[in-house]
Write a protein that binds this ligand. Structure first.
Ligand code: SAH
Length: 468
C-alpha cells in the first residue's frame, strides 16, 4: 500500500484550487460536498465557476495563483490542464505548506482523491493507486446500486441516538440493536413515514431491546497453540468466531488473531519476558468488566492455558465475580518443539518421565530441583529459559550433569520461521548467544533432534550403562 486512506477533517479549513476549466469544475463537484472553505484561482474562469462564486459557494480570485496564495490550505489542487502551469502552482503551494494534488499526475501528487460513494455520514472511498480507474468506477457503481439512498439519513439520525443506545450493555446486545435498526427498522420507517418516522422507531426499538432479558456474559480461556493456525482446536476456532471481546497475549500469532470476528474488540494484554506488561490485576479486571456487561470474552493464550499461563489467578477473579468460564486446552510449546525435532517427549528405555519447568519466574531466574535434573536420562522442557541459559547451564553442571548432555533449543516452534539449535549443555549458553534468537524459545533438555542423534553415539551408550 503506497497510499494510506484516511478521512481528513476539513470543516472550516481552506482548500485551494488552481484552474478555471472543466477539470477544476469536476474536482469542485466533489469538494463542494464538504464543509471546507474553497478558494479558486483562475485567470479566465468558466461560467460554471462564476455561477458558484455568485452563489457564494466558492471564493473566486480572477488571476493566476501567486506566492502565499495557498498559505494555511489543508489541500491544494493543481487543475489547470496545462503541465507547465500545474508544475508552477504545485511548487508554490508546496512552499506554502499545502498537501498538493496535481490532477492526473500521480507521481507529483502528495495525495490522490478516491472514487467516493456518498451516503453522508457514511462515506466509502475507493482507490486503486492509479492502477485501474475503471475498476474503481465499477466498484463504485456496484456499491451505489447496493446501498439504499436512505442509508445516510438513517445513519445521521442513528448518530444522534447513540447516547440513548448506550443504555444497552456494550458488545453483542448493542450490536444486535444497531443491526436491526439499519437493516430492518430504518428502511421500513423511512418507507412508511419518511425521515419523521425514524426517531419514534428508534425509541420503540430501544424499549424492546431493553426489556429483553440480558444475555449472560462468559469467559472462555482458550489455548491458541504455538502459532500455526492449523494447530488450533476446532473449539478454539468456533469460539474465536463468536467472541465479542478477545483478550490475547503477545505470544498469540497474528494469523490466529485474524480469525476473530471482524467486529470483535481485540485487546493486547501482551506480556513479554522482561518487558512492560499489562498487570495481571488489570487483565482480570478487563475480563470481568466485559463479561459482566454481557459480552462473550475469549481469553486467548499462547500454547496451552494451563502451562505457565497464570490461569488460576484469572479463574479466581471470574469466580469472585460470579461469572461462567471454561478452559479450552491448546497445543503447548513443548509438544510443538518435540514435533519439530522428530522426537517423543517420553520414550521407553530412555525417559519415563517428562519435567516441565520455567527458567524464569516472578522473582527472576527460577530455582529448580537441579540434582534431580542432573541425573542422566532426564528430559525436561524448559519454558522461558533462553535468557537464563547460562544460569541453567551452571546450576546443572554444578550438580553433576554431563556437559555432553543434549539440549535442543527450538525458536518459533510450529511457525514458518522456526529454527532448531542443536547443542549440548556445555555449549548451551554460547551457542544461544551466537544464535541470538528473537522469537519465543523452548529448551528441550536431554533431547537431540532425531537426525542428529546418530552423531551422538557416546551419550546413548552412557545412558544405557546408567540404566543397566
Ligand atoms: N502457555 C504457553 C507457555 C507460555 S510461557 C504454552 O503452553 O506453550 C512462554 C514461553 O513458552 C516462551 O518463553 C517459550 O519458552 C515458550 N513458547 C511459547 N510458544 C513457543 C513457540 N512457538 N516456540 C518456542 N517456544 C514457545
Amino acid at each position: 500500500m503506497d497510499h494510506f486512506p484516511i478521512f481528513l477533517a476539513v470543516q472550516g479549513r481552506r482548500i485551494v484550487v488552481s484552474g478555471g476549466g472543466e477539470t477544476a469544475l469536476a474536482k469542485l463537484r466533489l469538494l463542494l460536498k464538504t464543509t471546507a472553505r474553497i478558494t479558486v484561482f483562475a485567470e479566465t474562469p468558466e461560467d460554471g465557476l462564476s455561477a458558484l462564486a455568485a452563489e457564494r459557494r466558492i471564493t473566486l480570485v480572477s488571476r493566476a495563483l501567486g506566492p502565499g496564495d495557498a498559505l494555511c490550505a489543508a489541500l491544494f489542487y493543481a487543475a489547470n490542464d496545462d503541465p507547465a502551469e500545474d508544475a508552477r502552482v504545485a511548487r508554490l503551494a508546496r512552499a506554502d505548506g499545502a498537501l498538493v494534488n496535481w490532477v492526473d499526475n500521480l507521481e507529483n501528487s502528495a495525495f490522490i482523491t478516491p472514487a467516493i460513494v456518498d451516503r453522508d455520514p457514511v462515506t466509502i472511498a475507493i482507490g486503486t493507486e492509479g492502477a485501474a480507474p475503471v475498476l474503481a468506477r465499477a466498484i463504485k457503481a456496484d456499491l451505489e446500486e447496493r446501498l439504499p439512498v436512505s442509508l445516510g439519513l438513517a445513519a445521521r439520525v442513528g448518530k444522534a441516538f447513540r447516547k440513548a443506545a448506550d443504555a444497552l450493555p456494550m458488545g453483542r446486545k448493542r450490536r444486535e440493536f444497531w443491526a436491526e435498526y439499519y437493516f430492518n427498522t430504518a428502511p421500513q420507517a423511512i418507507e412508511k413515514q419518511g425521515e419523521a418516522g425514524l426517531e419514534p422507531a428508534l425509541h420503540d426499538l430501544l424499549a424492546r431491546h431493553l426489556a429483553e432479558a440480558p444475555t449472560r456474559g462468559r469467559v472462555d480461556m482458550v489455548g491458541a497453540g504455538p502459532g500455526d493456525p492449523e494447530l488450533l482446536t476446532l473449539k478454539a476456532r468456533r469460539l474465536l468466531d463468536r467472541a465479542d471481546v478477545v483478550i490475547h497475549d503477545r505470544l498469540v500469532a497474528p494469523a490466529i488473531l485474524e480469525l476473530a470476528r471482524r467486529e470483535a474488540i481485540l485487546i493486547d494484554a501482551g506480556k513479554q519476558g522482561f518487558g512492560p506488561a499489562m498487570a495481571q490485576d488489570e487483565i482480570c479486571a478487563l475480563m470481568v468488566e466485559h463479561a459482566a456487561q454481557g459480552a462473550h470474552v475469549v481469553r486467548l493464550k499462547g500454547g496451552d492455558p494451563s502451562v505457565f499461563g497464570r490461569l488460576d489467578e484469572e479463574i479466581a477473579a471470574l469466580d469472585a465475580a460470579g461469572l461462567d468460564w471454561s478452559v479450552v486446552p491448546g497445543i503447548t510449546a513443548s509438544s510443538a518443539a518435540a514435533a519439530q525435532i522428530g522426537q517423543s517427549l517420553t520414550k521407553r528405555d530412555r525417559n519415563s518421565a517428562l519435567r516441565i519447568l520455567t527458567g524464569h519466574d516472578m522473582k527472576g531466574f527460577a530455582e529448580q530441583d537441579w540434582r534431580g535434573l542432573a541425573r542422566p536420562g532426564t528430559v525436561a522442557a524448559i519454558y522461558m529459559g533462553a535468557r537464563g541459559a547460562r544460569f541453567i547451564q551452571g546450576r546443572l553442571m554444578m550438580h553433576g550433569a554431563s556437559p555432553d548432555t543434549s539440549v535442543t533449543a527450538v525458536e518459533n516452534a510450529a511457525r514458518s520461521d522456526a529454527r532448531t539449535i542443536a547443542t549440548t549443555l556445555g555449549r548451551l549458553a554460547s551457542d544461544l548467544e551466537d544464535a541470538a534468537p528473537t522469537g519465543p524459545v523452548i529448551l528441550l533438555y536431554g533431547l537431540a533432534p532425531r537426525w542428529a542423534e546418530a552423531a551422538l553415539p557416546r551419550q546413548s551408550a552412557d545412558l544405557k550403562e546408567e540404566f543397566a
